[in-house]
Design a binder for this molecule. Sequence first.
Ligand code: GLN
Ligand code: ZN
Length: 769
Amino acid sequence: MPALTSVSGFPRIGANRELKKIIEGYWKGANSLDDVRATAKELRAKHWKLQAEAGIELIPSNDFSYYDQLLDTAILLNAVPQRYQRLAFENAEDTLFAIGRGYQGERGDVTALPMKKWFTTNYHYIVPEIEPSTDIKLVGEKPFEEFAEAKALGILTKPVFIGPYTFLKLARNPQAEELNFDRGLINATAAAYAEILTKFAALGAQWVQFDEPYLVLDKEPGDVELFKALYAKILPARESSNGKVKLLLNTYFGHIADIYETVNLFGFDGIGLDLIEGKDENLAAVEKFGVAQDTTLFAGVINGRNIWRNDYAVSLGLIDALKQKTDKVAVSTASSLLHVPFSTAGESGLSDEVRKHFAFAVEKLGELKDVAELAQFDDDAKRSSQTLQGNQALFDGTRVAEDPAVSQRLAALSDADFVRQPARTERQQLQREALNLPLLPTTTIGSFPQTKDVRAERAKLRKGEIDQASYDEFIRGKIDEVIAHQEQIGLDVLVHGEFERNDMVEYFGQNLNGFLFTKNAWVQSYGTRCVKPPIVWGDVSRANPITVEWSAYAQSRTKHWMKGMLTGPVTILNWSWPREDVSHELQTKQLALAIRDEVLDLEKAGIRIIQIDEAALREKLPLRKSDWHVKYLDWAVPAFRLVHSAVQPTTQIHTHMCYSEFNDIIRDIDAMDADVISFEASRGDLVVLDAIHDANFETEAGPGVYDIHSPRIPSEHELEERIDAILEKIDAAKVWINPDCGLKTRGNTETWPSLTNLVEAAKAERARL
Ligand code: GLN
Ligand code: ZN
């Protein structure tokens, strides 16, 4: 019998982003909530059928979500903060959207709940709030309805949930720095999850999956006890009068070696192990502690985080290693497939020769089946398998030739190429004199609203309906407009608006050698927002100057400083699909040299302030502390320094990061040696400001003063309070005033009033200093 196959989760946005389109249409008033519900139902059915047709045995349900699965979990467990309940929407979906995006209207004015990156992915989850008054209990019907929906189609699904341990570890108490895991909270949470199991046992489900990715993180004191307290109460609930449901404890994004022994002793029906990211440690733990008699190990061998074809021989080797310890091995995706695009089928722009190297979600279903099938073969049968031979051929030959110019340049680098002179404090003084900016200078992060007209013009160019010259003329017009507007409201450091860019990574990739692009390979980032990462295919170098002409044009149109705008090497790699045949370090260094060329060309063209975005630097920080430096920061930080080390002392280098959670690596951020950093800070708490204060952070800082992920307009008063909070922690001489992030996803209607309030708030604060 071939091994059992299991999918942890499937993309829900739709092959053509149907879910995104219908929900955004609803927000704009273009369609009804019933339309949204109908599309959602169609998509669920389509995705279940696809998996059933591929022959997958354990097909997930409840992996669907209108916005985010952790938000769904909070709602299911009755953790909806009062302020959203008070809006008193008739439809549950409206409450859900208000929590995710904030709400400003006749029912009230509330900000959204904070959003954070889901482990090391570019997916963002909504941070649940648990207050002492929160009464955790199972209240929602969504998972049961979806199970019934699939059953009506003849598909018995495996309902999936974010597990209780991960839920509690990711939730926060808005009134305190840490959530207090008291008996009451633990018991209530365990009781709710126990009820989920009992109900599904009664409904005839065979398997339920609890995802516990938080188990792959370092354990803090009390964590193991918390895990044990929860599951000791939950596991007995598998039995109901109608029969027993099996529980799969699923882990991913790393290894659980430090708790495997405990997990194994519980006798879960299934344990899901990530054999891509946590491979060596997970295998060693299984080797050391064995496998409980009735436990099936779910071997996560199909990568849910990258799009290259699976190397079957490697996967079979991993399965064999587990089989040394148990004959109960199922084959699974290493994580949810939420983080890869839908299907390669639509990528007609890629030749077959190229496309055959990739597997998106749909193709990964086939891989899962192949591996499960091959895993039962003996060595002879494997050797003569066409499937295996065909797969092997993908990895045997050379896929791309190395570019000798790139390797020579890398080999010629010396330590001095990674150090900018003179020291930063000295530079900052020189820059103050040269740039002559007011205290609390105001600026934005780079992009301005990419309105319909901008996208329409780009589409026309792509379809050949207009020529490059008229497109460029249009962009120049947009730049003129946005400059005039910024001057009018009184911003200090201007930007050109990034209208020429479809995306901050793809745009650069298009001007670099070694990249490939897709048409439709979208991945959900947050809510309805999706991204389309390019693919690193070969050695990278700059093909031609990328932004120089636009920045020079913009600078020529204003007397204010115009900030040049680049994407940094770490972010380009983190937001692309990286190669698997060479290291991330090498790919990042190649990118650093390419962007370095661009920095120096911008400087030559008269740009005095250059921002190098490292929006995604924090995102890929390894989950375990012991890996932070050796596996990442030790090369990521130098790569950034390599990009800017050769500029003049008076050229001011900015960087920007989405996501402010870098309290623990604050010295590493300072070591990037930028002159100024702006970062997202308005949705979360402000502990990062304490960290900046305590670390004697040298880099000047612009903690974002308002949330750009929400359409609401912050009042001047609210912004002044925010600035006050910042000035309490950081010396005013080193503070910049800016929004959280770029404004490209916003509309002009909210952007300009918000920025006007920002400028006025900065002026009022300045007057008080
Ligand atoms: N400069 C980019 C912009 O303004 C930065 C975007 C980002 O940090 N995600 O859009
Ligand atoms: Zn950002």
